[in-house]
Design a protein around this ligand. Structure first.
Ligand code: OAD
Length: 249
């Protein structure tokens, strides 16, 4: 038997129909239905013995650059094979329908842009971009040598993915724009994120403290749940299209 459609509150629907300023923060849960494992899921195969949190750090790269490079090469390949899911497309539609909409993502998988979202702030970078660890020059191509990490053509530094590792600062322009959007929005959506990694997690609280209506869409409760005005527990790939349908269908 198909699951009963979720009942969104009439107040929320009418608020969203009125064209408020909306911010949506997404996390790995949004990509889960595309077949990507969330950050905290156990890894498989060759990589099962490593914890992602132990590979995604400058110290890990310093200790064993090749191991970290190979892990990202493997993840880059995994991402290439996946497609956006209905949750990503619902967010594209929301952007097209609302005059003021900012999408902030912690995901590095590029799936929001792939789906067609235009205004995307990437707080943790993008796994498809590669740059020099020393001089920051971006590169589209590199010599993939099986023995060592490819090097920068400008300064001979090691190449690395343009993602934010634990202990590194977030890209300043993206973070500043995200904070400004969160502080000035009327409605803040937190979608598919465990809300435990700062400073992204604090954006929802900043919005809440400024009086925004906070809506959480997540598979399970998070530290934000008690503060949220509306909580929809379930899959974003199902709930977001249902929400779009309820507002504009
Ligand atoms: P997590 O893996 O911590 O959390 C994913 C959340 O999505 C969990 O709360 C799941 O319950 C929920 N979830 C899973 N499947 C879902 C679905 N289909 N629909 C809705 N929710 C679902 O991922 P993030 O919160 O994104 O940072 O993690 C934040 C950051 O932690 C990542 O960007 C990464 C990591 O450290 C860096 O790499 C810097």
């Amino acid at each position: 038997m198909p699951a009963r459609p979720v009942e969104f509150s009439p107040e929320l629907i009418s608020l969203l129909r009125g064209g408020p300023k909306v911010v949506a923060l997404t996390g790995a849960g949004v990509s889960q239905e595309s077949g990507l494992r969330t950050f905290r899921d156990a890894q498989t195969g060759l990589w099962a013995q490593y914890k992602p949190t132990e590979l995604a750090s400058p110290e890990a790269f310093q200790r064993d650059p090749k191991l970290v490079w190979d892990w990202y090469a493997w993840r880059r390949e995994a991402v290439k094979g996946v497609r956006p899911n209905p949750g990503h497309y619902a967010l594209v539609e929301i952007e097209q329908r609302l005059p003021h909409f900012t999408l902030i993502t912690q995901n590095v998988d590029n799936l929001h842009r792939f789906a067609g979202s235009q205004n995307v702030l990437e707080l943790h970078g993008n796994i498809q971009r590669v740059r020099c660890a020393d001089c920051y020059t971006f590169t589209e191509t590199w010599d993939d040598d099986t023995e060592s990490v490819p090097r920068c053509r400008v300064c001979n530094g090691l190449l690395r993915p343009d993602v934010v590792w634990f202990g590194e600062s977030l890209p300043r322009d993206q973070l500043e724009a995200a904070v400004t959007a969160a502080r000035s929005c009327d409605v803040f959506f937190s979608i598919g994120t465990s809300g435990v990694v700062q400073p992204a997690a604090s954006l929802a609280f900043a919005a809440h403290n400024r009086g925004a209506v906070v809506v959480e869409i997540n598979a399970e409760p998070t530290p934000l749940t008690p503060k949220a005005d509306y909580v929809f527990e379930g899959k974003s790939g199902e709930l977001l299209p249902e929400l779009v349908e309820a507002i504009w269908g």
